[in-house]
Structure formats: C-alpha cells, structure tokens
Design a protein. Structure first.
Length: 425
C-alpha cells in the first residue's frame, strides 16, 4: 500500500514569521495543503508577480497549480470574513470553489463571539490580553465547553441552532455589563457568508486526508500564529486559544502522529511580537524602530505596530524542542543588511543573578544576555545563490545552526517568491 507523507510548517516565535510565503514556495512539492488551527486573526502575506495578497483563513497553497487546499477541523471560521476573502481572490482569477475543501467539524465564529471578545477584554481593564477582537477566544471557549456551532450545522436546521447559541451569548454579554454594540448589519452579512459557504465542498476532512495519504499523496500542514502563542506552551495568558505547535496538526486535521515527517520551523532573523505580554529581547530604542520600518512590521490583518527585538535563541531552542523541528527557515534576513552590529540572545539572566539557557516559567523576569556579530553591510535582496552571501552573514548563520542544533535550509532575502535561497550546505 502506498503511503503519503505529512510535513508540517509552523512559526517558532510569536507569529508573523512569514509562513504564508514559505507555504507558497513549498507547495509545488505537495499534493494537498491543509490549515490545521487558528482563525482570521492570522494574516499570511504573499507577494509575487507584482501583486500582494493577505490570506486570513484560506491556506497559502491556494495560488499554486490547482492543488487542493483544506481548512481543517481545528480552524475557527467566520463566514462573513471568509466570504470577503474568497471573493477578493476570485476577482484576481483564482478558482476556489473547485479546490478549497472545508471541514464539517470546523467551528463557526458568530457575530456575538466578537461582542463577547470585546466585552471580556473591557472587563479586564489594564490586564487585557490584547486580542484582535475577531472573536477567536470566545469561539474556542464554546468549543471546549461543548457548546459550539460548527460548519456542518449549516446543512441542517441551522436557523434554530443559531438563535439558541445567540441567545446564550447575549446573556453572557449582559452579565458583563457590556451594552455598546449592535450586530444587526454584521449579522446580515454573516448570514450571507453562511449561504456562500454552502457553495464550497464541505467535507469530513479527517476521512478525506487519510484517504489521500493511503493513495500515496503528500500533504503540507500549515500552522497559524507561532509557538510562543500556543495555549499550553506559549507565554500564557498572552497567547492564542489553540495549539499552534506541531502536535496541533494531528488534532486539527485527524492525522496520526506516526504520519508526521519533516517539521519546518520558521523564524525571523530578528524577532517581533504583537499585543501584550512578555518579550525579553524587545528594543525600545532607534534600533527597534529601524527594524520595524525596514521590515514593514505592521499587522497584516490589524495594521498594529509590531514590537521588535533581536533574535532570541533561548526561546527558539525551546520552540525547536517542543515541535521536533527538523529544518529551519530564516525569514527577513535582508532587514538586517545595513546594521553595523547584529545581536542574538544566548542566555537569560534571572533575578537571583544566575544565567539559564532554558526557557523559564515566567518570562517577565528574564534579562537577555547577548552575543554580538559584525554586520554584513551588504544588500542581499538580489542574490540568487548562497555562494553570494558575505562572510559576516555566513558566520551569523553558522552560529545560529550550531546553537540551535538544527540546519537552516532556506533563507529569505525579500518578500517576493523569487527572493528565496535554498541552501545545499
């Protein structure tokens, strides 16, 4: 019997590592691309042929060669936002209805979930998490409490189910004392989105995926956000509401762990974070502002400024361990092209004066210990081979590989699909 393989691609930092571009680049090697968790708060930006696209719920393999793309059961889906995203792609000439499949078991983000999101954040005052307000957390809360509404529900007696869920949400919102909302217009568009969803292939994705594997075809699993936003292993409580790590691919798609092959871990040459929460290597000076401006570090969905800092190797080593990463992919190396000095955090100093290379339970108290590297001061954006890399950059990459004990196989030197160097060393 033929057996296909499952490779997983995910972010190793706090999200926004550039996963969308890499999925797009790797897609030709695979038959199926499957998204396994997260919601429309995750924006994957892709640039090629002079066009820029931002994907929120649709897998990033949708642009390549008619491949089937699957939205798995671990994803939470907002019908109205999905409709807008899909229609924009269809306008640009991409056939979605024929090659985008959606799991019946994916949970639906309702309009009242967004209101609940805002109400819960408002109730926390200065302790707010800094959510995107897309209703992700409340939707996953309903899922875990066994009171969620799923994509498969739109196929049978949906209106009655919807009204019951809506009524329960309105009681929760009232209990929080939150009154500043009106979902009338949003609800109309949301219902249009539900009807639009019915035009797609709504499937039992766990059966479909395993049949695909038995036929000998290969699958690339695409994660959203990053490891440090994982609800179990991230910087809790400043995390997302799903498992962003490799194990989440098994849960979010119905794949046995023995099927997992390569695990591609995506990292930036520096580090960023959006929203509240600890960030040991964050820079509050001109260097941080320069990295933000050169890297265009603004949220693809929200437009929020990203917090910027040097690469944190303690955090990365932890993420590699948790995910079982086999190969690293380094993004946005070009952003550091003009810096005279580049730094990387190699340990944390704790309040008692000791140093550690293990990620501690509490990151707020971790002070970064840096190793400095001479900058390469070379514009690498037009390079086509690793043989063109300056020695200073090679030294930086070599140190990262040795410290992280994992090879860096791909280096991105710009946002375009073509600005991608596959290394042979």
């Amino acid at each position: 019997m033929n057996k296909g393989k499952v490779d997983v691609l995910l972010g190793l930092q706090w999200g926004d590592e550039g996963k969308g571009k890499v999925v797009d680049v790797l897609t030709p090697k695979y038959d199926i691309i499957a998204r396994f968790q997260g919601g429309p708060n995750a924006g994957h930006t892709l640039e090629f042929e002079g066009q820029k696209y931002v994907l929120r719920s649709i897998p990033s393999g949708i642009f390549q060669g008619g491949k089937v793309n699957i939205i798995g059961n671990g994803v939470v889906l907002a019908p109205d936002l999905f409709m807008n995203e899909a229609k924009d792609l269809e306008k640009s000439g991409h056939d979605l209805k024929g090659r985008l499949h959606i799991s019946k078991k994916a949970h639906l983000i309702m309009p009242t979930h967004r209101v609940l999101d805002a109400a819960i954040e408002a109730s926390k005052g200065k302790n707010k998490v800094g959510t995107t307000g897309k209703g992700i957390g409340p939707t996953y809360t309903d899922k875990v409490s066994r009171s969620g509404l799923r994509v498969g529900d739109i196929l049978d007696n949906f209106q009655e189910k919807y009204e019951a869920h809506k009524a329960a949400h309105l009681k929760q919102i009232a209990a929080l004392g939150y009154t500043d909302f009106d979902i009338t217009e949003v609800e109309k568009v949301w219902m249009e989105g539900v009807e639009y969803l019915k035009q797609f292939q709504i499937v039992d994705s766990e059966h479909e995926i395993n049949k695909i594997l038995r036929s000998g075809k290969d699958i690339l699993c695409e994660g959203a956000q990053g490891t440090m936003l994982d609800v179990d292993f991230g910087s809790y409580p400043f995390v997302t509401s799903s498992n962003t790590i490799c194990a989440g691919a098994c849960i979010g798609l119905g794949i046995g762990p023995n099927r997992i092959g390569n695990v591609y871990g995506i990292m930036k040459a520096y580090c960023t974070r959006v929203g509240a929460g600890p960030f040991p290597t964050e820079l509050f000076d001109e260097t941080g502002a320069k990295i933000r401006d050169l890297g265009h570090e603004y949220g693809a969905v929200t437009g929020r400024e990203r917090r910027c800092g040097w690469c944190d190797l303690v955090q990365l080593k932890y993420s590699i361990m948790i995910n079982g990463v086999t190969e690293l992919i380094m993004m946005k190396s070009d952003v550091l092209d003009g810096f005279p000095v580049v730094k990387a955090c190699v340990a944390y100093e704790l309040p008692d004066g000791t140093q550690t290379t293990d990620l501690p339970y509490e990151l707020y108290d971790a002070k970064p210990v840096y190793k400095e590297f001479k900058g390469w001061n070379t514009d690498m954006t037009k390079f086509t081979s690793e043989d063109q890399f300056p020695q200073e950059f090679n030294d930086y990459v070599k140190f990262l590989e040795e410290y992280l004990e994992t090879p860096i196989r791909i280096i991105s030197i710009g946002p375009d699909r073509a600005q991608t160097i596959v290394r042979n060393k």
